[in-house]
Design a protein around this ligand. Structure first.
Ligand SMILES: C[S@@+](CC[C@H](N)C(=O)[O-])C[C@H]1O[C@@H](n2cnc3c(N)ncnc32)[C@H](O)[C@@H]1O
Length: 228
């Protein structure tokens, strides 16, 4: 099972018009606006289907969306066309960004950590710090999967259609294989397990934390400025 198949199964990531996606935007918008007080250039990194890029464009920011998945970019470009959006969606790997130093006021990094092994996340944070202007801000939203693991292992319905049928962490709990089940099919996806403490240790190499909001029991928005 590829991540593309996983995302296409969950509207919360693949359909910006769905109730699930809209709810994510509604929850995060007021928190983002607390820290994005002046307009400027935004990089929505790991933009997926582009919902947060469109939100910020509508609010008057200049937005570039970047993702390394052709599938997610095709969804984003489709929604952009439908909306008449001017957001430019480009293919880029967070570990090696095709942008000049000091070129963005904000970088959004929303719900992406599960894709990154520790070395790769270190590279991505270094790149984000490089492309941010001095005094620019990283808006990092993530779920503390380490804290959530025991909850998931008890079995929990995740959506209208799918529920979690197996949770299989590796011995060191660095990754977890999760099996999703619906009436018709089941599939497994491997995620990297990031806990809040590990995220904070890694960000410390490149950033100063300037704010934090708790979105729900295990999900946070943290705001950072690059150390430069
Ligand atoms: C859970 S989705 C979140 C998408 C979007 N931020 C949102 O909240 O709807 C994670 C996204 O990160 C992208 N991604 C994963 N690894 C990446 C990398 N190395 N560089 C850029 N994007 C990446 C995936 O393709 C996917 O679109």
């Amino acid at each position: 099972m590829t991540f593309e198949e996983y995302y296409s199964a969950f509207k919360t990531y693949s359909d910006v018009h769905s109730e699930e996606y809209r709810r994510r935007i509604e929850n995060l918008e007021p928190l983002l606006m607390k820290f994005m007080t002046k307009k400027g250039r935004v990089l929505d990194l790991g933009c997926g289907a582009g919902g947060f890029s469109f939100l910020l464009e509508d609010l008057g920011f200049t937005v570039i969306g970047a993702d390394n998945s052709d599938y997610m970019l095709s969804l984003a470009r489709g929604f952009a066309k439908e909306k008449g959006s001017k957001v430019e969606f480009i293919k880029a790997d967070a570990k090696e960004l095709p942008f000049e130093d000091d070129s963005f006021d904000y970088v959004l990094f929303i719900d992406n950590l599960v894709h990154f092994e520790p070395l790769d996340l270190g590279k991505a944070f270094r790149e984000i710090a490089r492309v941010l202007k001095p005094g620019g801000r990283l808006l990092l939203q993530f779920t503390d999967l380490r804290a959530l693991l025991p909850v998931l292992m008890n079995g929990q319905v995740v959506g209208a259609e799918y529920w979690i049928s197996k949770v299989l962490p590796d011995r060191e709990e660095k990754t977890v294989l999760i099996e999703f089940q619906s009436e018709e099919k089941s599939f497994r996806v491997r995620f990297n397990v990031w806990g809040k403490t590990a995220v904070e240790l890694l960000t410390k190499l490149y950033f100063r934390k300037i704010g934090e909001e708790q979105i729900n029991e295990h999900t946070y928005l943290q705001v950072y400025e690059p150390k430069k």
